[in-house]
Design a protein around this ligand. Sequence first.
Ligand code: GDP
Length: 234
Amino acid sequence: MANYTVFLYRRAKLYGFSTGVFMGFNYQIAKYILGAANLKQLPDDEGVEVAFAGRSNAGKSSALNRLTNRKSLARTSKTPGRTQLINLFDIEDGNRLVDLPGYGYARVAKAVKEHWQKTLGLYLQSRNCLKGLVVLMDIRHPCKEMDLSMINWALEADLQVLVLLSKSDKMKQGARMDAKRKVMKILMDSMKQPENLSISTFSALKGDGVTNLRDFLDGLYEEKVPDPIEGTGD
Ligand code: GDP
């Protein structure tokens, strides 16, 4: 039993106690690996990465904190213009969450902005182990130019994309559904390859959409990880 527990912890995968059915990854064990100031500093291009992107203030840090059940895994208060980093977190050997720098700070110098846009585009299009992108957009201010560019780059690179319409608690149910429909239409009309795109409302505060986020991540990570309790005869 002791070995079994250690094994579960190390693998970071959760199984039903009596059923042995895979219940998803344990994102609470996310461990900070490093902050890369450029693509050369990233770990070897292997395993599975899923990246989180969004305009600054869209709720990306809050989403990561909610997912991992940590108060400050990704710092929620950031200083515009400071050195931007691609922050990586280990979920289990070779599976990583990637917190990309928020874009759209009005006060950042044009040259810095352009450098980071180029870096983000390159990361999305050249990183082989990157399998998915989660894009946070404030449900009240969605589909800005850079959001659409990020989604488009990712789809062109054959990534799975999950759009989270964040802070959904700021709207009533009807308005929330309307906003989601509008965003779906914009994305379906503007993206060349919308098949790999899904959309969910999301609230870090109330928990709306957290299951959709978990399912999306589990699906991408699980594909690469053999089931450790397969073949035990249960
Ligand atoms: P980031 O810049 O994208 O990492 O955004 P943050 O996670 O730092 O959030 C920006 C602001 O939006 C903060 O004041 C958060 O408290 C707030 N916020 C984030 N998520 C939610 C949410 O689900 N509901 C509400 N009401 N506010 C949120």
